[in-house]
Write a protein that binds this ligand. Structure first.
Ligand code: DUC
Ligand code: ZN
Ligand code: ZN
Length: 481
């Protein structure tokens, strides 16, 4: 029996191994990896190149309304096109509930838009902001059982939940088997500092960094880790930016708490200095939490190396640098009127490969682990994130030698600017397959809207450990009586 596709002579990189071998694909799955592989209908020469699993970006905002009521710049079509052009074949974005909206309707809406537009495979985090809507708990349990196994909540912004609601949602998540992801920054610290800065006339983009004090992250991360410990509920801490918060996660994991955490390229490779550009230009890099300093960067790399942090997501949140996005409050907007977020779906893998492999950092296997294998494991994406027979043929043919300097507007999303303009990377995705279909061929994008499929997540490896605090254990016991 012949194969649909055989890629020959590449160096196959997984999170645990590297070997020179041929790889065969049949019916969208990897059929064989080895030396004596029969002919394929399509044959590709990969000599001198790497073959790696397609990237999985587990935290990106696509076609989503911000807390300020602003639609972000990307549709499922434009966001997933840019993901694919950067070597990413699966994304987890958000079905974002706004106040008063029933959960089921929110998820149906996002699913129907994703079904029409997505060109890579996708799953959704359930973003919960209003637990008071009728049918909330039943809808949540049903949606999780249908395979939406992750929840996102905030401790800050105008969509913040208080401790009581957070605990309620964590208990529900534990009962139905979902991972709770948290944007963890202390809201009171941010609101107080922001008010004081604005009162003092400090309104520029660089003051945004001051308005999110590092203590806000440290405090909230520590508290959420304690909640996870109290309830024995698995939690993912999103976008860790400070050394101390990474150490809070490490301390919790050392105590045996089921917590995981991610950081992003803009914390690993940028500092808050970038917000000091002329005029409002710094707004292009404004995100929350903000970029920090070189000491934090070193600490975050160390935390990834030690396994204290397990993932690197893009937190892709694109807003154009015009009146539809960053400048929606006008050309003289104060920092608190400017949408937070920067595009990152397309740049995540090249930036990380350059930093981790080309410049001699943590190496190619760790690169695969952080960008594909670990997100598949943590978020329960079956058949994704690894190159082995039986897995989906989501494959990137990577040219480790291609060197390129990013331009001002050379990405395939709809943000209209590249936050990494002027940054040079070595290593580039030359071809990308999604379930055996060629999506990217050099500079050409070959995908079509609707080609991406929803990824069912029937189960999670990130389970409770069975050791809640005694008070919580008593509550659980009383519930099951
Ligand atoms: N921060 C978030 O929490 N979400 C999107 C963008 C950002 O900067
Ligand atoms: Zn966030
Ligand atoms: Zn985010």
């Amino acid at each position: 029996m012949s194969y649909d596709l055989v890629i020959r002579g590449g160096r196959i990189v997984t999170s645990t191994d590297e070997m020179q071998a041929d790889l065969a694909v049949r019916d969208g799955r990897i059929a064989d990896i080895g030396d004596d592989i029969a002919a394929g209908e399509v044959e590709v020469d990969a000599s001198g190149k790497l073959l790696m699993p397609g990237g999985i970006d587990p935290h990106c905002h696509i076609e989503q309304m911000s807390g300020m009521g602003l639609m972000n710049a990307d549709t499922f079509e434009t966001a997933t096109r840019s993901a694919a052009m950067g070597g990413t074949t699966s994304v987890i974005s958000f079905a974002a509930q706004h106040r008063g909206q029933p959960l089921r309707a929110v998820v149906d809406d996002y699913l129907s838009r994703a079904r029409r537009g997505a060109m890579v495979d996708y799953a959704l985090h359930l973003m919960l902001t209003d637990p008071s809507v009728p049918g909330f708990a039943d809808d949540l349990a049903a949606l999780v059982a249908e395979g939406h196994r992750s929840i996102k909540i905030f401790t800050t912004y105008n969509i913040a939940l208080g401790d009581f609601d957070i605990l309620q949602i964590m208990e529900l998540a534990r009962a139905c088997g979902a991972l709770v992801c948290v944007h963890a920054e202390n809201d009171g610290l941010i609101r107080w500092t922001k008010r004081a800065l604005l009162d003092a006339g400090l309104t520029r983009p660089e003051h945004h960094a001051l308005s999110h004090p590092r203590l806000a992250e440290i405090d909230a991360v520590s508290r959420i880790c304690r909640f996870a410990e109290y309830l024995d509920q698995p939690v993912m801490l999103f976008h860790i930016s400070t050394r101390e918060a990474a150490l809070e996660v490490r301390a919790a994991r050392t105590r045996g708490v089921p917590v995981w955490a991610e950081t992003c390229p803009h914390y690993l490779l940028m500092t808050a200095e970038i917000l000091q550009r002329d005029g409002l230009d710094g707004a292009k890099w404004m995100c929350s939490p903000p970029q920090r300093n070189a000491d934090d960067q070193r600490a975050l790399w160390r935390a990834l190396d030690r396994g204290d942090l397990q993932l690197v997501s893009s937190d892709h949140a694109p807003y154009r640098f015009d009146e539809t996005g960053k400048l929606s409050a006008g050309p003289d907007a104060r920092f608190d009127q400017i949408a937070n977020g920067l595009p990152g779906l397309q740049t995540r893998l090249p930036l990380l490969f350059d930093a981790m492999v080309s410049r001699g950092g943590l190496g190619a296997r760790k690169f695969v682990e952080l960008t594909a294998t670990a997100p598949a494991q943590v978020y329960g994406l079956p058949r994704k994130g690894h190159l082995a027979p039986g897995m989906d043929a989501d494959i990137v043919l990577w040219d480790p030698d291609r060197k390129l300097t990013y331009g001002e507007d050379d990405l395939h999303d709809n943000a209209g600017y590249n936050p990494w303009a002027g940054h040079t990377v070595t290593g580039w995705p030359q071809a990308v397959w999604l379930r055996g279909e060629l999506l990217v061929d050099g500079e050409d994008f070959r995908g079509s809207p609707g080609q991406g499929q929803w990824i069912d997540r029937p189960d999670l490896a990130t389970r409770p450990l069975g050791v809640p605090a005694p008070e919580a254990a008593a509550v659980y016991e009383s519930r099951s009586c």
